[in-house]
Design a protein around this ligand. Structure first.
Ligand code: NAP
Ligand code: GDD
Length: 349
């Protein structure tokens, strides 16, 4: 029997890769997109199928995480086997500017879906996109037993979603799981997140289109992995016999400064300091200084381990952004993908 999956946030970085992965696995995939005055589905345009032709595998539905009736109707109509709840206002800095709507979408949005699952009485498995931001400044390495100390409206909403997911599992027996994912990046990363902001700037500077990049706290450290590998972990989490929560991370942390060093050197631009200006507007009222995940449980129970290391990730992203501007990319990143993922299931961007 063909499995059916419903993805919230299908047009986002993770949603687009997950849709691609599940289609590759033979799923029928349904995704919720928001209405906007322009199309915002660029990341999934290559997967789109005209609903009028036969044997369509991908279906897009208008919806919003603030709309309870819409979510209930979609879940009852589609009757998915698995829901991957990835939709969110996912930018930590922006959540300080719009805390109420962030908590409504990123916190209450999760509750709305869980209530709809409970009321539907369908045996739906639920994946919650929880975040390493929930740990705040608690000492690394962080694992499934590290207490939470959220330091942004975004992280507070994610802690609520984490807890309500666990609670619905315990109270109602729903197969509901949290993936506590550390930062994962790639060629479809939104341009306002620091990694992609840097690799796009590198390409533009190389092309002579820009001279500077303006950044905030470049001493912050993150555990940065490669997005496609994290997508596979999401799916694995829902294929376990028992619902559970997992940290997904590389186990290494690097500063924004190190990211700059590798990216500018790799593109042949030399010392990044020539190009970087610090701008107060990119600092946060409260920062998370250092995230390092301990992915031991995922290794033992899911047999999941990150293959792409920090330098490799930077090279993959720089190659992609240089190619987008029709520049000759150094190509090491493309080679790494070919070598490490001979059976890759995604379209290279
Ligand atoms: P993303 O690229 O920002 O995608 C988020 C998606 O959510 C977008 O498609 C967006 O729709 C959708 N969305 C936002 N508000 C919505 C609303 N009110 N109703 C319905 N959909 C809405 O984020 P991502 O990097 O793919 O991350 C996926 C999830 O994992 C998020 O929940 C994020 O918080 C979490 N997470 C991400 C990371 C990471 O490093 N990437 C790490 C840990 C956890 P539009 O396309 O219309 O904007
Ligand atoms: N975005 C951004 N822009 N961040 C900057 C900048 C800048 O100009 N300059 C420095 N930074 C620093 C931030 O202060 C932060 O410490 C770090 O770079 C990473 O910022 P982001 O790339 O915005 O990611 P994030 O770590 O805040 O959040 C991402 O990862 C979380 C998981 O830990 C998002 O994907 C979240 O949705 C996710 O939950």
């Amino acid at each position: 029997m063909e499995k059916k999956a419903l993805i919230t946030g299908i047009a986002g970085q993770d949603g687009s890769y997950l849709a691609e992965f599940l289609l590759y696995k033979g799923y029928q995939v349904h995704g919720i997109i928001r209405w906007d005055s322009i199309f915002t589905t660029e990341r999934i345009d290559h997967l789109y199928q005209d609903p009028h032709v036969n044997n369509v595998k991908l279906f897009l539905h208008y919806g919003d995480l603030s709309d309870t009736g819409n979510l209930e109707r979609l879940i009852n109509q589609i009757k998915p086997d698995e829901i991957y709840h990835l939709g969110a206002m996912s930018h930590v800095k922006v959540s300080f500017d719009m805390p109420e709507s962030t908590v409504n979408i990123d916190g209450l949005g999760t509750l709305r879906i869980l209530e709809a699952i409970k009321n539907s009485k369908l045996p739906i498995k639920f994946y919650m996109a929880s975040s390493s931001e929930m740990f705040g400044n608690n000492a690394p390495p962080q694992n499934e037993n590290t207490p939470f100390h959220p330091r942004s409206p975004y992280a507070c909403a994610k802690v609520f979603s984490f807890d309500i997911t666990r609670m619905y599992r315990e109270a109602y027996g729903i197969f509901a799981c949290n993936g506590i994912l550390f930062n994962h990046e790639g060629c479809r990363r939104g341009p306002t997140f620091v990694t992609r902001k840097i690799t796009m700037a590198v390409a533009k500077i190389k092309a002579g289109l820009e001279k500077k990049i303006y950044l905030g706290n470049i001493n912050a450290k993150r555990d940065w992995g490669f997005s496609q590998e994290y997508i596979e972990a999401m799916w694995q989490i829902l294929q376990q016999d028992q619902p559970d929560d997992f940290v997904i991370a590389t186990g290494e942390s690097h500063s924004v400064k190190e990211f700059l060093e590798v990216a500018f050197q790799y593109a042949g631009l030399g010392d990044f300091k020539q190009y970087v200006e610090i701008d107060d507007r990119y600092f946060r009222p409260a920062e998370v200084e250092n995230l390092i995940g301990d992915p031991l449980k995922a290794k033992n129970k899911l047999n999941w381990e990150a293959k792409i290391k920090f330098d490799e990730l930077v090279k993959i992203m720089v190659d992609s952004d240089m190619r987008r501007l029709n520049l000759a990319a150094p190509g090491e990143g493309d080679k790494i993908i070919k070598e490490k993922f001979p059976d890759k299931w995604w379209k290279v961007d």
